[in-house]
Design a protein around this ligand. Sequence first.
Ligand SMILES: Cc1cc2nc3c(=O)[nH]c(=O)nc-3n(C[C@H](O)[C@H](O)[C@H](O)COP(=O)(O)OP(=O)(O)OC[C@H]3O[C@@H](n4cnc5c(N)ncnc54)[C@H](O)[C@@H]3O)c2cc1C
Length: 402
Amino acid sequence: MDFAISEKMQAVLELINEFIERELMPLEKDFLGRPWEEIAPVLERKREMVKRMELWAPLHPKEHGGMGLGLVEYGLVCEALARTPTGVYVFGCQAPDAGNIEILLKYATPAQRERYLEPLVAGRIRSCFSMTEPDQPGSNPVMLDTTAVKDGGDYLINGHKWYTSSADGAEFAIVMAVTDPQAPPHLRASMIIVPTDTPGFNLVRNIPVMGHAGGGWHSHAEILYQNCRVPRENLLGPEGQGFVIAQERLGPGRIHHCMRWIGICKRVLDMMCERALTRASAPGRRLADEQIIQSWIAESAAEMRAARLMVLNCAWRIETMGQKEARQDISLIKFYTAGIMQRVIDRALQLHGGLGMTDDTLVAWFFRHERSARIYDGVDEVHKVSVAKRILREYARAHNLA
Ligand SMILES: Cc1cc2nc3c(=O)[nH]c(=O)nc-3n(C[C@H](O)[C@H](O)[C@H](O)COP(=O)(O)OP(=O)(O)OC[C@H]3O[C@@H](n4cnc5c(N)ncnc54)[C@H](O)[C@@H]3O)c2cc1C
């Protein structure tokens, strides 16, 4: 493995870092304090600047207007962009659109490409992904209540979803619904594209998450699908393959998330250092002079380095051996990196004292919003169980203990 960064990527990362520091970090207070409708036009202008710099949509293929980076390269970009909350949005690689684009690239029909994929990659519209339901365990997504019943040339969709992130203002949802209740559990559901102006697509509310309902891209909606009728040609990929496609969406997506979390840790560690070097702890002493604070900084740096190498190694394994071979690595990095991020942010909050609890710095915002890393894209426990089962199975096989 060689993680040396090519000269081309080094130049790209420098441009991105400069842009973030010059154009996006000064917007942070507005992003934290103003409603989405007010901040969105400002971000739109920044997006135009990114497009002119040819740094738009780093993950997506060149023929679709993106930069066409590989997984390791894109991971490094995610790490840089995550240092500020609007980074991924301004560079056109925000969730859930990025994951939706990946599955549309693979499965969309020519008509779906024209209507949904092209404007989505170009950043003219937004989308959402509607799988989780309030009444069923998201950790075991084969248990879905939402149905899509064939009715003439249409699907009639009924169901109750929540945590459909960014549905507010999105043009369409990719909905997971049961199309064949009699099929084996993993073949029951399909993905169906539902334009959000379809009658029966009812956005009930943006759910308050850690005290904030948010708005626009930065929100999580509860949605009722009530006799929501879409033509059968809105099926995305083969019928009954919803779970297979969902898995494809999640694998590389976890690299993006994990590298983003490392980027957040980097920003937070910078904030820890700045505060430690400028805040007095006693006459003639600063927080930076206290050994316990030094220990937090050293532990954070070590954990971040370990997580980063694990994630890059996993990205390299996916690129060289394929997603299937890297399944265990993907689970390992998901829960490990989310846990490290939570610890680093918590230390930063503690170091900032009362200030850490306020919105006068980004620490509290990261603390609130990034707690969910241990829940979405597979809860910690499910990933741990899957890793442990595999290790035990292999040990049992090797030692005749099966
Ligand atoms: C910020 C955020 C954004 C999200 N965005 C989206 C989105 O865009 N689209 C979408 O469809 N969904 C989204 N989700 C939903 C997310 O995917 C689910 O919350 C997640 O899959 C967990 O499902 P659940 O909430 O139903 O928890 P449950 O399945 O009810 O699990 C609750 C808890 O039980 C424990 N648990 C569950 N199963 C096991 C087990 N087998 N062994 C041991 N312990 C277990 C875990 O501690 C788990 O946290 C989002 C969630 C959050 C928080």
